[in-house]
Design a protein around this ligand. Structure first.
Ligand SMILES: [Zn+2]
Length: 286
């Protein structure tokens, strides 16, 4: 959908008024407003039936008796694009983000790798969900709103589904060894009135991650031996202890050969409501 500049639209009307130049069809067809304000010349020659329409709003798709301004014989009235000012906003509120107990430390994630027998965990179980979601939203919220605004303009009226998601490499979250995939889907509905889109919707968000080999040396190594222990396991162990504030301690075989990768998942939801201009040139979104 191409939206014309409101100024171009006004100028087309001026030309129509002064020279009788018809409004180009494509200009009409892609007009940025569904409505116009009836304007008369405000002088003694205005017919009374039109004088009554001064300042009133009409739909392009539903002409009043006698037609749109300028269509009736001898009519000098004009149509002014109806572009009401509105306070644009898109608000996203999240649900199901709280919960969980004390946050797992890095050590806890590693321990689960070695002792959890591969059991999946949820982020909220590890106590990190709200931090993850906060970080995620801080990163994507603006872009997400822009994308949804673009999608709502494309749809203009009715329901739409907007899926999104991508891997986030190396988030600041300590347990994320590989890519953490966060995404979701918006089930939205959009209505247009007077060039303003009202958007409502509900989100389903998801997170999919896997805690794999924390030393990144492959679980197939059965017997690391002293070299690997000294060069990888001890530094890793000390590093993780450093993060948790515990002092380094003596040799402790982490037991790579017994580790089991496990998935880390979660789901949460949200709602969206917004009011944005149909015309992206007027909008702060998209
Ligand atoms: Zn008139």
């Amino acid at each position: 959908m191409t939206l014309i500049d409101p100024q171009e639209y006004r100028e087309a009307f001026v030309q129509y008024l002064r020279k009788g130049t018809p409004i180009r069809f494509e200009t009409k067809n892609t007009r940025p407003t569904t409505d116009y304000v009836w304007r008369t010349r405000r002088d003694g020659k205005v017919r009374s039936s039109h004088a009554e329409r001064e300042g009133q709003v009409f739909l392009w798709d539903d002409p009043p008796e006698g037609g749109h301004p300028g269509e009736d014989y001898g009519c000098r009235c004009t149509a002014e694009p109806y572009l009401p000012q509105t306070s644009e906003f898109i608000e996203i509120s999240l649900q199901g983000v709280s919960g969980g107990g004390a946050a797992w430390s890095s050590r806890d994630f590693v321990n689960h790798y070695y002792r959890g027998t591969g059991r999946s965990v949820t982020i909220r179980e590890t106590g990190h969900l709200s931090a993850i979601v906060s970080e995620y939203m801080a990163r994507v919220e603006k872009r997400l709103k822009d994308q949804i605004a673009t999608e709502a303009r494309r749809k203009r009226t009715g329901g739409f589904i907007y899926p999104f998601g991508r891997p986030y490499n190396r988030t600041s979250v300590v347990f994320s060894i590989g890519d953490t995939v966060i995404g979701g889907e918006l089930s939205g509905n959009v209505e247009e009135k007077h060039g303003v889109l009202s958007v409502e919707g509900s989100f389903d968000f998801y997170l999919r991650d896997e805690f794999a080999d924390p030393a990144d040396i492959g679980v197939e190594i059965i017997d690391p031996g002293e070299t690997i222990f000294e060069n990888i396991h001890r530094p890793l162990d000390n590093h993780l202890r450093g993060r948790t504030g515990l002092p380094p301690r003596g040799p402790q075989r982490l037991g790579v050969q017994t580790g089991e990768p496990y998935s880390i998942t979660d789901d949460w939801s949200g709602t969206l409501s917004g009011q944005i201009y149909l015309d992206p040139a007027r909008s702060a979104y998209g």
